[in-house]
Design a protein. Structure first.
Length: 507
């Protein structure tokens, strides 16, 4: 999909459809006012007659507009002007492209850069346009005998009223397109069934990305023999009950001028199917446990965005992948395993397996002497109880890192909420027989899972994102969301900007 940027009078723009956002108060934005004047006050008439209600997210196609070069108009409700924040802006965009996705329209021009959003410039708005358009284009019908028709939309022109903003808008659209494609890659990996998307499949995905990167990325795959030699017994313990071999997947992107520049590391939980193991889950809803690798999928999506944007920093993606199945070989409740770090863990519940693969991956990350490490995991159902499906849970051993992620989440409108990691919670992981247990009881389950991981992340600034409530939707709209690719990409781009500022200060 293309996202050209141009400064133009919308009245004279030749397009199949001109998209015009409108506030509920009836006071038109500059582009909308010009369109209204040229079309015999068409927009005002539709509002005054009650034919169009500009409530937030309401969309109406107007098949003919006199006086315009465009074939048709699409009016988009913005709701109340004083409530037009980032969330309202994104909701209006999503409604726009959802409606266009149901049509045969192949190219549009949008005037969303006119919409006032506090502290957000044309670059931010253009980013949101491109990302939203690509998210709306996603279809997953690979296994249907009659696949869903491909979306018609191929070109979204972003119109500006001031050419001074063109460079910012072009860069915003470029980054938004990279993020949108990364989100869709994450969604596709998540939506694939567990019999297709196995640890070996994820390993092949990393190898494919590296092969297509023109040397920008390298992939390293550690098989079970290599993991055994390494001492990653915790990761291996999770896949013992499965015939699918486990993998540790490492992707290296080297964009910094110096190869020695400390990398930022993303670590993803890649449980490609989670039955719970011997601590078997209930059958109802177990099909959704194919989404237990969405943390890993988000690492792939973020690395895809990085490859497209090419920031001048070093980034490493690490995916710890296994299939958690019950069998005569499976890890049992009460078993004690030795981690790569050397700590022993009493496995009180085999359904708390994500932390067992992540702890070895976090220890493995020490060898990179990272500037930061962020792990992403569908780790606890307790995160859904605490935060629902709107915010991702955040825990960190570094306040600056936590603030950076909070800021990135607000910018990307992919928000997180900071939870504590107080020492008092650590006591819930005490074990009579090992250095620690893999669960800490029902109270504060999300936090104690973070506490467990923190034991393996003491050598660097680290944050944990629990995406159990945000990685996928259930019900009639079942499917992976692609979160938190937007957040992760913005976090990495902010680190590039921070590095550039440091270089300038030192010159």
């Amino acid at each position: 999909m293309e996202f050209p940027v141009q400064t133009a009078n919308p009245v004279k723009v030749e397009t199949a459809c001109l998209v015009v956002p409108v506030f509920k108060d009836g006071e038109l934005l500059p582009a909308a006012a010009r369109i209204d004047d040229a079309s015999e006050r068409l927009i005002h008439q539709l509002i005054e007659r009650g034919d169009f209600n500009a409530r937030l997210g309401n969309v109406q196609l107007v098949p003919y507009a006199p006086g315009l070069a465009a074939d048709r108009l699409l009016l988009v409700g913005l709701g109340e002007r004083e409530k037009c924040n980032e969330g309202a802006f994104c909701k209006a965009l999503d409604a726009t492209f959802a409606r266009l996705g149901q049509s045969s329209i192949d190219e549009v021009a949008v005037t969303f850069t006119d919409v006032p959003v506090e502290d957000r410039d044309a670059g931010w708005k253009a980013h949101r346009v491109a990302e939203s358009a690509l998210r709306a284009s996603y279809r997953f019908s690979d296994f249907k005998s009659e696949p869903a028709p491909a979306p018609s939309l191929e070109r979204v022109s972003i119109l500006l009223s001031d050419n001074a903003a063109e460079d910012a808008a072009r860069e915003g659209a470029r980054i938004g397109a990279a993020v949108g494609n990364g989100i869709n890659q994450t969604r596709r990996l998540g939506d694939l069934p567990g019999n297709i998307c196995t640890p070996r499949y994820l390993a092949s995905e990393a190898e494919r990305m590296a092969a297509e990167s023109n040397g920008s990325m390298e992939a390293e795959i550690l098989d079970e023999e290599a993991l055994e030699a390494l001492g990653a017994h915790s990761l291996l313990s999770v896949g013992r009950g499965s015939e699918e071999p486990s993998r540790l997947i490492v992707m290296h992107y080297r964009g910094a001028e110096s190869a020695d520049e400390a990398p930022h590391v993303l670590v993803g939980k890649g449980i490609t199917f989670d039955t719970g193991g011997i601590s078997l889950k209930p059958g109802a809803g177990m099909d959704e446990m194919k989404y237990d690798m969405c943390g890993a999928a988000s690492v792939f999506g973020a690395m895809s965005a990085v490859l497209a944007i090419k920031p001048k920093i070093n980034v490493i993606g690490v995916v710890a992948s296994a299939e958690n199945m019950p069998s005569g070989c499976a890890t049992k409740p009460g078993d004690i395993i030795k981690t790569l770090k050397g700590l022993s863990v009493e496995v009180l519940n085999t359904d708390a397996e994500g932390r067992l693969v992540l702890c070895d991956a976090l220890t493995y990350a020490e060898r990179f002497t990272p500037a930061s490490v962020v792990d992403i995991a569908t780790l606890t159902g307790a995160a859904i109880i605490a935060l629902g499906h709107h915010a991702t849970g955040l825990m960190s051993n570094d306040d600056d890192l936590a603030l950076d992620l909070l800021d990135a989440g607000e910018d990307a409108w992919d928000r997180v909420w900071h939870l504590p990691l107080w020492d008092e919670y650590q006591e819930q992981l005490d074990s009579n027989f090992a250095d620690l247990a893999n669960i800490g009881g029902r109270p504060a389950g999300t936090i104690t899972a973070g506490c467990f991981l923190s034991r393996f992340a003491s050598e660097y600034p680290w944050a944990h994102l629990d995406i159990a409530g945000t990685a996928w939707n259930s019900g009639s709209n079942k499917g992976a969301t692609g979160r938190p690719v937007g957040l992760l990409t913005r976090y990495l781009l902010d680190r590039e900007a921070e590095l550039n500022e440091t270089v300038i200060e030192n010159e």
